[in-house]
Design a protein around this ligand. Structure first.
Ligand code: SF4
Ligand code: SF4
Length: 76
């Protein structure tokens, strides 16, 4: 299973819950402030995302969206 992730950096308060919860190391904290003055989360390695949605469940700001995609080319 592959996943896609989108983070709304302007909603993010930089708490790092998503960084800590991701088992694949997809998310990092950016070095530049967002408009609210927080260092926002960024999906640095989106190709590693499995679509497990742990990060989205942990986010208190509802800043993360995740889509799970099954691979059409993968044989079971
Ligand atoms: S959906 Fe899962 S694998 Fe993908 S970024 Fe979130 S916690 Fe990591
Ligand atoms: S859990 Fe949400 S608010 Fe916290 S760093 Fe991640 S995206 Fe930002």
């Amino acid at each position: 299973m592959r996943g896609r992730i989108a983070i709304d950096k302007e909603l993010c308060k930089g708490c790092k819950y998503c960084v800590m919860s991701c088992p694949k190391g997809v998310i990092v904290i950016e070095k530049q402030f967002n408009k609210m003055g927080y260092f926002p989360a960024h999906p640095e390695h989106p190709e590693k995302c499995t679509g497990c949605a742990l990060c989205a469940r942990m986010c208190p700001e509802l800043a993360i969206e995740v889509w799970a995609e099954s691979s059409r080319n993968k044989k079971a």
